[in-house]
Each structure stands twice: as structure tokens, then as C-alpha cells.
Ligand binder design. Structure first.
Ligand SMILES: Nc1ncnc2c1ncn2[C@@H]1O[C@H](COP(=O)(O)OP(=O)(O)O)[C@@H](O)[C@H]1O
Ligand SMILES: [Mg+2]
Length: 368
């Protein structure tokens, strides 16, 4: 059983079919690619837990998987628990989908953290100012419960606080946001897998974003160029952070920066693959590991297989946001077509500002 049908989920459907599984794919009918690629497509709202469990009892699947959606993690774990297949606890699920809870647990475990505080719409601006007097600007404001850069804003002074809080609280479904110090340094993610509470870092991703104020991701490259010994240092800190959230099973996507004084500090950790093709395409291409095969094993209670299935390469996902990006894509298509691994649908470039991931026009993945 696979939950979710969109283009980022589709590679999991294809990989499961390649490995000989019969795929039953669940999702609301909106014309997504997975509705067509599934062996059997079930037009079901995956947040309707009763209906989903009924369908699951009829099907008797060998496992339940989902890879790139924060939302789908909840029904996936619900089904795994009912089927008796080991998965992350409810506490871990809650902590990894709440940016404030995550910060509290990581700090209590002794990980380097910025100053942070929870903001709800019950607090007055004065109360927030008083509680954050020790915080060093710039600060970041973001909803505790969202993803894809929705509602995220960097501010350089107290004067900008109110607008940023209104922006973040406006996005938050539970009307809560986190106010925290801005972490300096280049941004990375560390694609990892957990099984029975043991971890393996498969690849480090180097990220490009639009920068302040909204930090929409514009490109990802694996492997990241790291100084000697840095991969091992990242492994050590990542595994400690995963333990702080008691992550036990499945794909993990931690996002962090390496500060000018060499500290590894987290933005957030998700118990799923990185979206934007990071888990499905870049990680297998750059590491040679069958990341989706590992998830497919774990989602049915089996140990992951660390055999490499391909020769590692340099893999990069380029997002198209501007006309210049589009021209560069046209150039690559003309002059280096052999480097193109995959190209998405490309929407017309919009003249509106790019505030969140969904505002990007499309992407292409290159390999070298
Ligand atoms: N404390 C922080 N310091 C520096 N940059 C941050 C911080 N928090 C968020 N960001 C930037 O904003 C982006 C989105 O924030 P993130 O916490 O990853 O939320 P989302 O769930 O929307 O991806 C990050 O990838 C990073 O570029
Ligand atoms: Mg993020």
C-alpha cells in the first residue's frame, strides 16, 4: 500500500513495481501521475482513517509506505501500528512535525541550538519582545506545523517582528509559530535511514535557496563538497539528533547549517525522504544505494539492504524560477543533453515573487 500519488511519490511506485510488488496506491482523485502508474489506484482521502483501515483489512498488504509527504506520515504510521509492523512512535511523529517540540527535545539532549521561543496568537507583542530580549538578531519566524517554506520569514530588527509574526501565524493551521535566532552558514541536508534505532547517513546534500527573507529552495547537489573528516563529524551529530527524537524506523531528512565556528545546527528533521527528488533521485544516483528499496523493506518489517545498485555520480537538481534559469536549461538541453536525468513539467515563469516551493516553474536533474 502506498499513500500519496504526486510526482515526488511516483518514483516509489515505480521502484516497488520494478522489485516485483503489486502496488495499491491511495489518494484523493486530482489527476496526479500516481493514479495512472499504480497497479491499482484507490481514490480515497488518506486522512479518512476509518475508510483507509477498512481498505487495508480487505487488501492485507505486506507493507505500507509513503516517502515525501509530511501529511501522509500520520496515516502511514496509523496503519503500520494496526498491522503490527514496527514504526516510529506517536511521540516521534508529533515531535518531527512540530518545529517547537523538535527544538525542545534537541536542546534537552545537549545539541547546539539557537535561542528560540513558542509564539501563539494569545501573546501580545510586548510579551514576545520581553521574552526574546536575549535573542541576537537576525531572527527567523516560522509556523511550527508547516513545510515547503510556507510562512517562513527572516527579520533583521524588532520593527519587522509584528509583520513576520502575522505572516507566520496566518499560515499556521494551529496558529503557533516559533521565533528563533538565525543560524549562519551554508545549508545542507543529510539523507539517512533508520532501522531498529540504528542509523546510516547515505548522502549529504548541498542546498541553494532564494535566501532572505523566505528561503525557497532553488537547487540541491550531491555529494556535498565537504572538508576531510566533515562527513564523519556530520554523521556523529546527526545520529545524536535522531536519538534525541527517538527516531527508530524509515527515511530521515535532517536540514542543518554548518556555522562559521564549525557547529552543526539544525533547522528541522523530518521522518520521511527529502522532497524535491532528493530522496528518490539524488540519493540513489550519488550514493549508489537503493534508498527506496530500503524504505520498501522497512515498511514491511524487514531490515534494509545496503548493497549498492549503481555507480555513484554527481547529481544535481536545478529549479527554474527565472527567465535566466530557463535559458540555462535550454542551453543544457542543447549542448549537454546526455547529462539530463529527468525533466519536470515546466510552467510559464510567473512575474509574481517566489514565496514558497510551489511557486517554482519546474526543475531538471543532471548527472555527471
Ligand atoms: N534558524 C534558522 N536559521 C537560518 N535559516 C533558517 C532557520 N530556520 C529556517 N531557515 C531557512 O528557512 C528554510 C525553511 O525553514 P525550515 O525550518 O526548513 O521549514 P520548512 O518546513 O518550511 O522547510 C530553511 O531551509 C532555511 O533556509
Ligand atoms: Mg525545511
Amino acid at each position: 500500500m502506498i499513500l500519496g500519488t504526486n510526482e515526488y511519490q511516483n518514483p516509489l511506485i515505480l521502484r516497488a513495481k520494478e522489485l516485483g510488488y503489486e502496488t495499491h496506491v491511495f489518494g484523493w482523485p486530482v489527476g496526479e501521475i500516481g493514479e495512472k502508474t499504480a497497479d491499482v489506484y484507490h481514490p480515497v482521502n488518506i486522512m479518512d482513517y476509518d475508510l483507509l483501515w477498512d481498505e487495508c483489512q480487505k487488501l492485507k498488504p505486506c507493507g505500507v509506505a509513503s516517502i515525501c509527504s509530511e501529511l501522509a506520515m500520520h496515516p502511514m504510521n496509523m496503519l503500520l501500528r494496526k498491522l503490527g509492523i514496527p514504526c516510529n512512535s506517536k511521540e516521534t511523529e508529533d515531535a518531527t512535525t512540530n518545529k517547537y517540540r523538535m527544538r525542545v527535545l534537541m536542546k534537552d539532549y545537549g545539541l547546539d541550538s539557537p535561542n528560540f521561543m513558542l509564539v501563539t496568537d494569545h501573546l501580545s507583542l510586548d510579551e514576545i519582545r520581553r521574552a526574546s530580549t536575549d535573542f541576537q538578531y537576525p531572527l527567523i519566524v516560522k509556523p511550527v506545523d508547516l513545510s515547503s517554506s510556507r510562512g517562513v520569514c527572516k527579520i533583521d530588527s524588532q520593527e519587522e517582528l509584528k509583520d513576520a509574526l502575522d505572516y507566520a501565524l496566518g499560515w499556521s493551521k494551529i496558529k503557533q509559530c516559533i521565533l528563533e535566532e538565525f543560524i549562519e552558514g551554508p545549508e545542507y541536508s543529510g539523507e539517512s535511514i533508520a532501522y531498529e534505532g540504528k542509523y546510516k547517513l547515505l548522502a549529504v546534500t548541498e542546498k541553494r535557496t532564494t535566501g532572505a527573507p523566505h528561503f525557497v529552495e532553488t537547487g540541491h547537489r550531491q555529494p556535498a563538497s565537504l572538508a576531510p573528516g566533515q562527513f564523519e563529524r556530520i554523521e556523529e551529530v546527526l545520529y545524536k539528533a535522531f536519538a534525541s527524537l527517538n527516531i527508530q524506523y524509515g527515511a530521515i531528512h535532517p536540514e542543518f547549517r554548518i556555522t562559521p565556528d564549525g557547529k552543526i545546527m539544525f533547522m528541522e528533521i523530518a521522518t520521511r525522504m527529502g522532497g524535491d527528488c532528493i530522496g528518490t533521485d539524488l540519493t540513489p544516483l550519488s550514493s549508489g544505494y537503493d534508498f527506496m528499496g530500503m524504505v520498501i523493506n522497512i515498511c514491511q518489517g524487514k531490515a534494509p539492504d545496503f548493497t549498492k545498485i549503481r555507480k555513484p555520480m554527481i547529481a544535481e537538481n536545478h529549479y527554474i524560477l527565472t527567465n535566466d534559469d530557463l535559458m540555462e536549461f535550454e542551453r543544457v538541453r542543447r549542448e549537454e543533453p546526455e547529462t539530463l536525468w529527468r525533466v519536470s513539467n515546466i510552467k510559464p515563469i510567473s512575474d509574481k515573487p517566489v514565496l514558497k516551493s510551489a511557486d517554482r516553474a519546474g526543475y531538471y536533474i543532471t548527472i555527471k
